[in-house]
Design a binder for this molecule. Structure first.
Ligand code: C2O
Ligand code: CU
Ligand code: CU
Length: 487
């Protein structure tokens, strides 16, 4: 089981923070203990976290394409939670938001990992911001044989934390904005010098899987002298991979890239973010004799673009915006009622003072986070659960336009929109075809711009569609795609 290997790996190297895994077979029986723990971001800086098996990120689930996966465990947190398998196409009742895991309760999920790719799992219990910000996230990797042909296959999960120098959580946000941004940024739960180097030999070819688990922060990365060859977007292989010096990941997004080890023995390079002072700086150490250059094992797929999709009129136009309306207790009750209808967990509301306190009574945690009072994030002028669901048929090609009108006033924002239950083709950006065929499950919709996507639901049920800036998701920028029909 991968979990065991992960643990022994940790024991062996004290600070094995880079999830570098080998080609050994992984059985797909996963055990998750969801529990509170203390996590060291760097020597001298630890903080209380909520975890899958005691680490942040939680235990990476690594399975092979087509494998049947069972995941079980117990919730030992002081709060109710749930788990969502972000990006994986699973039956509706396994998707996560519809299943509550009460305090002390055990859980069981079962599904097939149908398509290879870089996915992740995280809590989807509202306020989702609180739970993900506390550390409830982890990689979920579905491998193909080609992945084993790289010199190294590394998972790099990006996050940010807002802490004082003693590791206490600070309220609010580190930047002037409304969303929760941190003052410390991490790779696989470690910051600054605590980040484990990647070791390259000249001539090797490494695969890097980036996952942005931040609740609001975008991460822009580069590696001096080493271009990235992007092969997958949100786990989906590109028909035409491309090469770039810089990559940016919006919250929820993933990118798989290849890096050719073109340096020399003894050299050190740095994979850095555009906010290096916050701690994301991954050393790349060259060690050892050159090997003969490793060729890319990546075989681009054939196009599966929806025919005629560019010309199709959008079935739905969703305007993304915000208002300063006040949320009331009455609305909180309405949300719970709505969630019952949709078969989802109860959720607690942002209190009018802007504090989110969810089920924390009795917990020793000082878990209060500010979110701007009275801020509502909207789709077509309405905040969830008042948003209109999109009604579609299983197998129907649906085109949706996200129109980010959130440009007025003091707070223009990009919105990374995420769809559960399937993935989509990026059809156009402001009416212009994208540079290459691209499939994703989370798409950044820049302020003032519009993006068209197209998807086909494979499984019936109510599927969430929401912004992955979790302040926005909790604040109402969410709707449902109601897929009817047999699969
Ligand atoms: Cu990664 Cu609905 O979320
Ligand atoms: Cu998701
Ligand atoms: Cu948003």
């Amino acid at each position: 089981m991968y979990g065991q290997k992960w643990r022994s790996c940790l024991a062996a190297t004290a600070a094995a923070v880079l999830f570098t895994f080998s080609a050994t077979a992984q059985a797909a029986d996963i055990k998750l203990d969801i529990k509170e723990s203390v996590w060291e971001l760097k020597p001298g800086l630890s903080t209380t976290v909520w975890t899958y098996n005691g680490t942040v990120p939680g235990t990476p689930i690594v399975v092979h394409e087509g494998e049947n996966v069972t995941i079980e465990g117990v919730n030992h947190l002081p709060v109710t939670t749930n788990i969502h398998w972000h990006g994986l196409v699973v039956p509706n009742d396994q998707d996560g938001p519809g299943r509550i895991i009460e305090l002390g309760a055990s859980f069981h999920y079962e599904f097939t990992a149908k398509e290879a790719g870089t996915y992740w799992y995280h809590s989807h219990y509202r306020p989702v911001l609180t739970q993900v910000d506390m550390g409830l996230y982890a990689p979920f990797i579905v491998k193909t044989d080609a992945d084993d042909k790289y010199s190294g296959d590394h998972i790099l999960v990006l996050d940010d934390w807002y802490l004082d120098e003693h590791g206490n959580r600070l309220m609010g946000t580190a930047r002037g904005d409304m969303e929760r941004y941190g003052n410390i940024e991490t790779v696989n739960g470690k910051t600054g010098d605590a980040i484990e180097p990647l070791v390259f030999r000249p001539g090797e070819l490494h695969k890097l899987r980036f996952i942005n688990a931040s609740t609001a922060a975008y991460h822009t990365l580069q590696l001096a002298g080493h271009p990235f060859r992007v092969t997958h977007t949100d786990g989906h292989p590109l028909v035409e991979p491309y090469t770039t010096d810089k990559i940016t990941l919006a919250p929820g997004e993933r990118l798989d890239v290849e890096v050719a080890a073109n340096g020399k023995d003894g050299q050190i390079y740095h994979l850095t973010s555009d906010r290096p002072e916050l701690g994301i700086n991954i050393p790349i150490e060259y060690k050892g004799e050159a090997v003969s250059p490793v060729a890319s094992p990546f075989v681009p797929p054939v196009s599966k673009s929806f025919p005629g999709i560019a010309e199709k009129t959008p079935d739905y136009v969703l305007e993304l915006g915000s208002t300063m309306m006040n949320r009331t207790a009455v609305q909180g009750e309405k949300m719970n009622a709505m969630h019952d209808m949709a078969g989802m967990n109860h959720m607690s509301m942002n209190h009018d003072d802007g504090m989110m306190t969810n089920d924390m009574n009795g917990s020793t945690n000082q878990m209060k986070m500010t979110s701007m009072p009275a801020m509502q994030w909207t789709i077509n002028g309405k905040a969830f659960p008042d948003t209109e669901p999109l009604k579609v048929k299983v197998g129907q090609v649906v085109k949706v336009r996200f129109w980010n009108k959130d440009t007025q006033g003091m707070h223009p924002m990009d919105h990374p929109m995420h769809l559960h239950g399937t993935y989509f083709q990026v059809v156009s950006l402001n009416g212009k075809a994208p540079e290459r065929e691209t499939w994703k499950d989370t798409i950044n919709v820049p302020a003032g711009q519009y993006v068209d996507i197209a998807f086909k639901m494979e499984e019936p049920g109510m599927w969430m569609l929401h912004c992955h800036i979790l302040d926005h998701e909790d604040g109402g920028m969410m709707t449902m795609v109601e897929a009817e029909g047999a699969k």
